[in-house]
Design a protein around this ligand. Structure first.
Ligand code: MTE
Ligand code: MO
Length: 331
């Protein structure tokens, strides 16, 4: 389920419009579900949702993008979700900082990573496993939440009910849904989704670099009206305002967005960063002249990273942040 592009308009994606990606079946967990914290800890613990609530709650506005967003724009394409642009959304997640659970469980001083195990299981490339991901101790900092609510409502089944991890600034795979077990490790985690699945690989057989933070990216809210079959846009001539969204990874703000018409770039107006991990709105005026046109946008983040014009191909079709091009017909 992807985000309809017109829904880029909302600062916070309304419930039901947030994209969703689940590798396997959605597990039906009981309300009495317990999350365990175990492994190399002084005091192994287990928590029900209401016990976590008692530890204090925090709400963060977070833009989450699937690492496979844009995969359809890479050729040859890996046989996974053929995302075009819609695997990104923004939600307000409420939960307890992961750190509060760790403080109670007391990880060993020799701990190096924390693995997060979901309750969902299946096969990928012939390997049976539960969906699981890990973070290094230093990555599992303040902003990581164990969340039970989204936009003020209890988590829906497809978003990880009753508990999920939310790792702001990272691609979506880090935010493990249906969280069942937090395991503190004195070695690096070797689960499939960590070691094999989410890697940037140019050749089969190579280990590849890990997929981590989101990359600088921007998208256009399609102006005008759509053709039912092709989604091609029809716009009325005259002065219109085109808007869109831009975001980056690791909490980096967007410094600049350029709006392109038929290959000519000019600066768009960028709204300042409200929440550190949420997308920013951009706007540009356009004098739409009758005929065929191609609109585009490209963002630069505060660290100077700029969207490329062409995708950086890799086997899994991960992290495609090439500029979006949108053909429109003006009448
Ligand atoms: N347990 C579990 N967690 C998971 C997944 C999954 O398949 N199983 N998919 C991941 C991926 S790839 C993404 S992009 C996000 C999507 O979260 P959403 O469906 O709530 O938008 O969840 C992540 N967490
Ligand atoms: Mo994803």
């Amino acid at each position: 389920m992807s985000l309809p592009p017109e829904a880029l308009r909302y600062d916070v994606t309304p419930l039901g419009l947030h994209y969703t990606l689940s590798h396997f079946d959605i597990p039906a967990l009981k309300p009495s579900h317990r999350l365990t914290v175990e492994g190399s800890v002084g005091r192994p613990r287990a928590f029900q949702v209401q016990e976590l609530r008692a530890l204090g709650e925090k709400t963060l506005r977070v833009t989450m993008e699937c690492a496979g967003n844009g995969r359809a724009g890479m050729a040859p394409r890996y046989p996974s979700m053929p995302w075009t642009f819609g695997a990104v959304s923004t939600a307000e997640w409420t939960g307890v900082p992961l750190q509060a659970l760790l403080d109670l469980a007391r990880p060993a001083s020799t701990a190096v990573e924390i693995a997060f195990h979901g309750a969902d299981a299946g096969f990928d490339s012939g390997v049976e496993h539960r969906f699981a991901r890990s973070l290094r101790m230093d990555e599992a900092a303040d902003d990581v939440l164990v969340a039970w609510a989204m936009n003020g409502q209890p988590l829906a089944p497809q978003h990880g009910a009753p508990l999920r991890l939310v790792v702001p600034g990272w691609f979506g795979m880090a935010s493990v849904k249906w969280l069942e077990r937090i395991e503190v490790l004195e070695r690096s985690f070797d689960g499939y989704q960590q070691l094999v699945g989410y890697r940037y690989k140019k050749q089969s057989g190579e280990k590849g670099a890990p997929v981590t933070h989101m990359k600088v990216k921007s998208l256009i809210v399609p102006p005008g009206i759509a053709d039912w079959y092709t989604r091609r846009r029809l716009v009325e001539r005259g002065s219109i305002e085109v808007e869109g969204r831009a975001w980056s990874g690791a909490g980096a703000a967007i410094a600049r967005v350029e709006f392109g018409v038929d290959g000519a770039w000019r600066d768009a107006e960028v709204e300042r960063q409200g929440a550190r991990f949420a997308w920013q709105r951009w706007r540009a005026k356009w004098e739409a002249q009758p005929g065929e046109h191609e609109l585009a946008c490209r963002a630069t983040d505060a660290g100077g990273a700029l969207q490329p014009l062409e995708p950086d191909w890799n086997i899994g079709g991960m992290g495609n942040n090439a500029v979006q091009r949108l053909p429109v017909t003006v009448r």
